[in-house]
Every structure is written in structure tokens, then in C-alpha cells.
Design a protein around this ligand. Sequence first.
Ligand code: PMP
Length: 420
Amino acid sequence: MDFATATFKNFENIEGHDIYDRAEVFGDFLQYMKDNGHMNYRLQNFSGCGPEMHVKTSMHQDGYNYVSFVSNDYLGFTQHPKVKAAAMQGILEFGTGAGASPLIGGHFSYHEVLEEKIASFFRRSKDSSVIYTTGYTANSATLMSLLQKEDLAIIDMAVHTSVYEGCILTNTKTFLHNHVESLERILRDAKDKYRTKLVIVDGVYSQDGDLAPLKQIIELARHYGAYIMVDDAHGIGVLGATGRGALELTGLLHEVDLISGTFSKTFANIGGYVIANPKLINFLKFQSRQQIFSATSTPAAAGIIKAIELIDEEPQWQLKLWENINYFKNGLTAMGMDVGTTQSAIVPVKIGDAHKTGDAGKLLLKAGIYTNPILYPAVAKKDARIRMSLMATHTIEQLDKALNAFEYVNQKLDIVGQRV
Ligand code: PMP
């Protein structure tokens, strides 16, 4: 076995060692990645989110302007003058930090406005919302607060890691990704065995960009007396006639018990939210440990209020995003690339082999394209891919540059011919 293959194999089998051994195996892997120009991770960025990013890489120590596909700022709002102005106004009025957790002094007036705004965004007039400092904690804190050892969380195996983390204090069963029969088997089995059953799915899955079969999932959950929560972090601003996400697209906005999401993608900031019945939301506001012991978001979060408004005020961004998604996907599939079952702004180019995916990432960087090579454990071992996030602000020239780069990578690595 050559050194590269052995290094990757060690990395993939990293479980089971002592913490120092694991850190060392990981260190070897990282060094290999650096030495071979594969380090697309944790690159220093000098220009912020955007379709072009000034980034320091092993090839360009002083930084270089890459066409970037690594941001989930789908509508480009992190650079929108009105969003920036609102965030700056928040800082001018309130200072740079909230200074405390929401429960004990860190809940400012713009947080309250934001909670009202995001709840009404979903048009669920009887519901309210609570915001968290990240989307990650919105999921993990909510689930940890709601579910206990008498309860059961039933989750799609591809849900975001924050959902898994939120379920560590309760019973958890996973069903095969988007497999409704697998879900039904668990629900049937769980009948009368648990106090509360909660099915949790993503609206859009973050590695494949595919959608949950929400209608069937909701019907099954209802039939077997389970509640349902949908995390639509990647759907908002992208899907649905007015950007309300996967639930709007499927006409099911009012059919689920809890909706969670993030302010770090389309809403161009940081933070997370949960929308639900006011009784549940009040419970979370006062009982979630993260609401009590962790500081709330900074006054720059005032920018989120403007970003929410812009979804309705400037629908052209969502339309432009879809022009870009379709153009780019068509270009890749015309080349014979496998983009899986994506129906969102996340476009994976499936390669399979981890080592080859690393090589593809490196060649893309060489061609001026910054992407995310996604390897195990983020995806299954033989399912490595280059993940691309499309933005409304990508130009056709930038998309063409990326498509040309993929042609070049395919000539070098024969991705289409040798997929494993
Ligand atoms: N849910 C999903 C589906 C996500 O993809 C992410 C972020 N990658 C999160 C939640 C967490 O969001 P945040 O970045 O705000 O912590």
C-alpha cells in the first residue's frame, strides 16, 4: 500500500485510539494534506463571503482571488449594502456585544424584534419563536430541552450533526436516508413504548442538497402519533415561491410542530431559531440551558432583520440564484459528472474515492476555483465528493471558469470514467 493510501486509511480508521494517538494520526493526515497541496480546509480569507474570495493557500502564500463555492450565503446578502448598514446601526446603537445570556440581561430590543420577525416570516400566526446564538445550538439545545429518557427521537441518518448531538440524552433511532418504509418500521415498532415520539428531518440535506419527502414523512408521523420537527437551514431563501423553504415548496408550512433554522446562511449573519407553539417556545426560553448560560448574539444581528425583509422586497435574488443553479448543474451533467439528486443550491460532484477527491480539490484550486472536498466522516467512506454552494451573485463568467476547471480535472483524473 503506498504512503498516501495508508495515510488516508489510517485517518478513516481513526476511532478507537487513545486521544493522543488519535491526534497524532490526524496530525499525520493533516501534514500529508499540506505537503501535497490538498489543504482546502481552514484557509485564511482576506475578503469575506462572496463569489470571489481572496484566500491564502499553499500555492499562494500572499493570497489569491479564487472563484469560490464554499459559502452558504445563497442570496449574497452578507455584502448587501442595506444588510451591512442595518448591522452597523445595531452596533452603533447597542455596542459590540450583548454581555450576557438572554435570560439574565442579554435580551435586547432587536432580539425581540428578530424573534417576532422570523416567526411571522413563516406565516404561522399562532406560533412564536426563540433565537439562539447559532443554528447548531438551536437544534441541539431544543432537542436536549424537550426530550428525556422516556422519549424517542426518530431521525433520518443524514440529519445535521447538531440534531444527533441534541439527542444524546434521549432514545434515538435512525432511519435510512429519505426511506419512508424504514421510518415506518421504526414508528410501528415504537408504538406505545415511549412518552413522546419526535421525528426530525432536514428540509434540504447539507451534503447532497436533496430534499426530504416531507409529505409522506408528515403523514406517517401523524398516523403513528409522533410529532415532527424540520430543520430547513439550507432551504430558506432558496426554495418555495417566496423563499420560505422546503415546507413552502411542498405546501406544508402549517403541518409540522417545530421548524428550526439558521441565520448563518441566507440571512447572512450568525444565529439560529426555532418556531413552534408559544407554550413550547416559552418553555425553551426559560428552560434551555443555552438560553440561561450562554450569551446571545451581538448587536450586528440587527442586520438579520433587514435580510428577512429583503427576501420579500428583492425577490430577484432568488430568481438569479436558480438561473445560476440550473446553468451550473446543466454544465456539469453535460460533462457526465454525477451531481446526485440535488434540488437546491448545494451541488455535489460525486467522486467516491477520498484520495481522488483530495486531488480534484487541489487541481481545482490550481485552476483558481475554491471548493469543499467532503470526505468521511462527513459522508460515507466511499462517497467523497466536491461540494459546491451556488450563490445569486455568481456571474456566468465565474460559473464558466468553474465548469472549464472541471473539464480539466476530468481530463487529468478521469472522474466520469472511473467513479467508484
Ligand atoms: N442545520 C443544518 C442542516 C446545517 O447545515 C447547519 C450548518 N452547516 C446547521 C444546522 C448549523 O447552523 P449554524 O452554522 O448556524 O450553526
